[in-house]
Design a protein around this ligand. Structure first.
Ligand code: NAD
Length: 446
């Protein structure tokens, strides 16, 4: 069966779909979407994530999505040499980190964390006397600690567990709400499941003590008790002098003052951060939500990094953001690629992982600002972007590099130009590898 099976079955209402095997699901999807055998075979190739494992990780599995992992080098973090695996589909992200780290390799990055505390929220509504109820709850701290810690004896044994609580009366569109925060040390776990379990366990007691009704019981991704920080200095002669330094500082001032710029500035930071978070099987959405919420903590969305001139006239950069990442739980422990990436990083604690990720975010940002303040971002992007355009135009093997190089040289990195060039090259009988780039650029075919 090789012909496309266009719309043989166009119903998306399929009873028991989740109970089928991945192969059975692929057949149903193929019938729905008219996929041919080659497309189904492509989906069936699960790469280095075994199908049985993928099928346990999420629901209704039919395939996996491969994203390249590149390794950032030149990094010296807290006087340790580090190689950082980064999973990303975006060109220039890995190169940007390597470049930034090369320019401060001698001094490297200094990092720290505020701790590994997560916050779980319990929402109580219709509390008759919310301010008095708040004090009643705070008075139950020891009992709350006992109930929470009983949820996770293992966490307690390794030095984690309930640390503190807060209670806030929140003025909302639906009237006052009493919000309780459980502050829990989740050690080497990101901690979502650990704190959610505690929040659910404590909820009936909070309803009882407050006299209200409890609805939501879930962690906050604004993990501001779990901040990671990194600082680095770039010497003037390494970065190209005062003009480059001042351009970077001015770019930071722009992002600090303007949410339109800050959104892109922080997106660049997350290019680096999310790539390491993904490579280690951590939750990219949790980290991104936390980062952006933290960037708006003062009521105005702003930059996650800062740049200053130090006493020697060099450029000093720093970053601080919530980084709820773990080595236990979620995909970190079960995804074989994540496990190998953690081995490459050589991390044995979630704290160390968070510190490395913060340094990567700062490095990424430095490179982006330097490029923006000098040559512009496109010069660096174009080489790799041109390769993607060449692939999109149908180039294969050696053709990819050749087409990309010519597109960059001609300053026509466009899909139509790539298609024309490819046809031109293929019309010639002389193999690509036997022609010089100059000949190809001139359109000479020998
Ligand atoms: P988990 O519950 O699988 O593992 C954590 C548990 O492992 C701890 O509770 C503890 O009992 C045990 N443990 C063993 N050794 C430990 C150590 N050294 N340090 C800490 N704990 C240790 O994992 P988790 O981190 O609670 O959950 C992470 C998952 O939750 C992620 O996949 C995330 O995507 C998901 N999640 C996220 C959200 C959110 O971000 N809003 C919500 C729900 C679920």
């Amino acid at each position: 069966m090789t012909a496309p099976r266009h719309g043989a079955n166009r119903s998306s209402r399929i009873a028991g779909f989740h109970r089928k095997t991945p192969a059975e699901r692929r057949d149903l999807v193929a019938a729905f979407a008219g996929l041919d055998d080659a497309a189904v075979a492509h989906l069936a190739n699960m790469g280095n994530l075994p199908e049985q494992l993928a099928d346990k990780m999420i629901e209704n599995v039919i395939a996996t999505m491969n994203v390249p992992i590149g390794v950032a080098i030149n990094l010296r973090i807290d006087d340790e040499e580090v190689m950082v695996p980064m999973a990303t589909e975006e060109s220039s992200v890995v190169a940007a980190v390597c470049n930034a780290a090369r320019q401060n390799y001698d001094t490297g990055f200094t990092t720290s964390v505020s701790g590994t505390l997560m916050i779980a929220q319990v929402q109580a509504v219709d509390v008759p006397d919310p301010y008095a109820a708040r004090l009643r709850l705070l008075g139950k701290r020891d009992e709350i600690k006992r109930i929470c810690d009983a949820c996770d004896p293992l966490l307690l044994k390794i030095g984690g567990g309930f640390q503190d609580m807060e209670a806030r009366v929140l003025d909302t569109l639906g009237g006052p709400m009493l919000i309780t925060h459980l502050i829990v040390d989740t050690r080497d776990a990101m901690g979502a499941n650990a704190v959610n379990t505690m929040a659910e366990k404590i909820a009936p007691h909070i309803a009882d003590w407050s006299g209200g009704r409890v609805f939501l019981r879930i962690l906050s991704n604004l993990a501001d008790r779990r901040l990671a920080r990194a600082q680095a200095t770039w010497k003037l002669d390494e970065i190209g002098g005062t003009s480059v330094r001042d351009g970077i500082i001015s770019a930071y001032h722009f992002a600090e003052a303007d949410p339109y710029r800050a959104a892109t500035h922080n997106k660049g930071i997350m290019n680096g951060i999310s790539a390491v978070v993904l490579a280690t099987g951590n939750d990219t959405r949790a980290v991104e939500a936390g980062a952006h919420a933290y960037a708006a903590r003062d009521g105005r969305y702003s930059s996650l990094t800062r740049y200053e001139i130090n006493a020697n006239g060099d450029l000093s950069g720093s970053i601080e953001l919530p980084l709820a990442v773990g080595l236990i739980g979620g995909a970190t422990k079960i995804h074989p690629t994540a496990q190998t990436c953690l081995k490459i990083l050589g991390v044995t604690t979630a704290e160390r992982l968070a510190r490395i990720i913060a340094a990567v975010g700062l490095a990424q940002n430095f490179s982006a600002l330097k490029a923006l303040a000098t040559t512009g971002i496109q010069a660096g992007h174009m080489g790799l972007h041109a390769q993607n355009i060449a692939i999109m135009a149908g180039a294969m093997g050696d053709e990819i590099d050749t087409v990309a190089k010519i597109l960059v040289e001609r300053k026509t990195v466009r899909i139509d130009a790539a298609q024309d060039l490819l046809s031109e090259l293929r019309r010639s009988s002389v193999p690509l590898q036997n022609r010089t780039i100059t000949e190809l650029q001139k359109g000479e075919t020998k």
